[in-house]
Design a protein around this ligand. Structure first.
Ligand code: URA
Length: 237
């Protein structure tokens, strides 16, 4: 790919702006030699103002989503995209969230520019389970496991039953719920169907990939190849 197109696709600016950057000499190789529009060194050798270039397509980001951020690109309030470098939302192909978390749900959120990968992760048939830790307003009744696992629970306003979901009580008002699918407000609506109310909700894993301990709330990093493998390799269902 030509240098101008590459930098524009990575969100460094419009083609015209990127041409201006190249002419001004801020685009160099790793030895500080100025690059021209016709130069195409390997991605890892390109520098912009001395900084390595952002990662190429396909990019997969792990974000520890805090409370209060939406997954929308258009919300007038705080969005998860504000937690990333300002170039990232300008990438082409576009970076998007893999499914969505509610504004007040925290935990592991993936973003990628790879549409096929995100489709695979959200598709129930791929077997990539999502696990949530829920804190509840009222004590558990003991009936939730059977209800959620039945394959017969129909949420209010819907006609198609939910796929059987995993349930594990952790305490009087705390539980893990494991889903194959991602319907709107699903965990909150499941507990509402069980006569309870979710006070806080956190996604703790996607497939075999747990929210990393070294990822503080609000921070992000690129996924490693090993972490990508874990998405579709789950031992504990
Ligand atoms: N279920 C919910 O209710 N909310 C989320 O954000 C994710 C799953």
């Amino acid at each position: 790919m030509k240098l101008v197109k590459l930098l524009a696709n990575l969100g460094y600016g419009s083609r015209r702006e990127v041409q201006g950057m190249i002419r001004s000499g801020v685009v160099t190789d790793d030895e500080g030699t100025r690059l021209g529009e016709k130069d195409v060194p390997p991605h890892e050798r390109i520098r912009v103002r001395g900084e390595p270039l952002d990662p190429p397509f396909p990019l997969v980001i792990l974000l520890h989503k805090p409370d209060g951020y939406t997954c929308s690109t258009e919300d007038p309030g705080a969005t998860v995209y504000e937690l990333l470098p300002e170039r990232f939302p300008r990438r082409n192909p576009a970076l998007h969230t893999v499914g969505r978390l509610d504004k007040d749900t925290t935990g592991l959120l993936l973003l990628t520019d790879d549409g096929k990968l995100s489709h695979r992760i959200v598709h129930p048939k791929s077997g990539c389970l999502k696990t949530y830790h829920a804190v509840l307003d009222r004590p558990l009744t003991g009936d939730e496991g059977a209800l959620f696992g039945s394959g017969e629970l129909v949420l209010r306003g819907e006609s198609k039953p939910l796929l059987p979901a995993g349930f594990e009580a952790l305490g009087e008002r705390e539980a893990l719920v494991t889903l194959h699918e991602g319907r709107y407000h699903q965990v909150r609506r499941m507990f509402a169907a069980a006569g309870n109310h979710v006070v806080s909700l956190r996604r703790i894993s996607i497939g075999g990939l747990a929210l990393p301990n070294d990822l503080p709330e609000g921070s992000w990093r690129g996924a490693t190849a090993q972490e990508l493998d874990l998405l579709f390799h789950q031992t504990d269902t």
